[in-house]
Design a protein around this ligand. Structure first.
Ligand code: ADP
Length: 251
């Protein structure tokens, strides 16, 4: 569902990703771990097309994200092509980024109406189901400022799901939350991961969550995957000293 093919990303002279290769299968939940600065967020930002590759290609499903077909060649994707591809990918950020002047319901229905062309009624029906899924059925008329951080993040998850993405990217979704609110958000994500066929790529410092929910964990260092495996193996018996040191420091 996601394929990085010799991806290079530089900021000026600083090479962050050096010919990076990895795959994520449809429906898989993959977590990226590794020290700060190892390139995890850059990977998510490339998938969101907030950044662009300097080399290589990224594929989403059977389509190339970074390049589009022209004749029998692939050329760098243009804005129109990217707009269509972006609809396949959702993202939930550390900062919830809800629209403060809209209700919870409006926050969830806005993009499906504007960008997928759903009628207001269709979008609202979808939003009501999603609010039920994230346990916030009674908050549809509230403004974001009336909600706790955990509730706002659950609205942000519902808003991302309202676009029916095939891939959902999670970037440190619990980092801005008070500790007592973290479990509720993670429980919602675990439920979604086990009841939908969405493919997840997740960056988190919540190692217990990563262990609970991931099918596979990839350990990054200096923009390279240094270890890749099922969470039980990687967290208890890693092959690499670097993974062991990292886990020792964070656990
Ligand atoms: P991680 O998510 O693993 O902490 P990042 O992907 O955020 O790592 O960052 C990887 C490297 O890329 C870091 O050295 C960071 O300073 C650099 N970097 C990220 N974004 C930019 C940017 N917009 N401009 C310059 N350097 C950046």
């Amino acid at each position: 569902m996601i394929r990085f093919d010799d991806v290079v990303k530089r900021f000026g002279d600083h090479v962050v990703l050096r010919e990076l290769n990895f795959n994520v299968a449809p429906g898989e939940f993959v977590t990226l771990i590794g020290p700060s600065g190892s390139g995890k967020t850059t990977i998510l930002r490339l998938l969101m097309t907030l950044e662009h590759v300097n080399g290589g290609r990224i594929y989403v499903g059977d389509e190339c994200l970074t390049h589009m077909p022209r004749g029998d060649k692939l050329v760098p994707a243009n804005e129109k092509y990217l707009r269509r591809m972006r609809k396949r990918i959702g993202m939930v950020f550390q900062q919830f980024n809800l629209f403060p002047n809209m209700t919870v319901l409006q926050n969830i229905t806005e993009a499906p109406v504007r960008s997928l062309g759903l009628s207001k009624g269709e979008a609202e029906a979808r939003a009501v189901d999603l609010l039920d899924m994230v346990g916030l059925s009674d908050k549809s008329g509230a403004r974001p400022s009336q909600l706790s951080g955990g509730q706002q993040q659950r609205v942000a998850i519902a808003r991302a799901l309202a676009m029916r993405p095939e891939v959902l990217l999670l970037d440190e979704v619990t980092s801005a939350l008070d500790p007592e609110l973290v479990a509720g958000v993670l429980a919602v994500l675990k439920d979604i991961a086990s009841t939908t066929d969405i493919t997840f790529l997740c960056v988190t410092h919540e190692m217990q969550f990563a262990r609970d929910v991931s099918d596979r964990v990839m350990m990054f260092d200096h923009g390279q995957v240094i270890e890749d495996g099922p969470p039980d193996k990687l967290f208890t018996d890693p092959d690499h000293d670097r993974t062991r040191e990292f886990l020792h420091a964070v656990l």
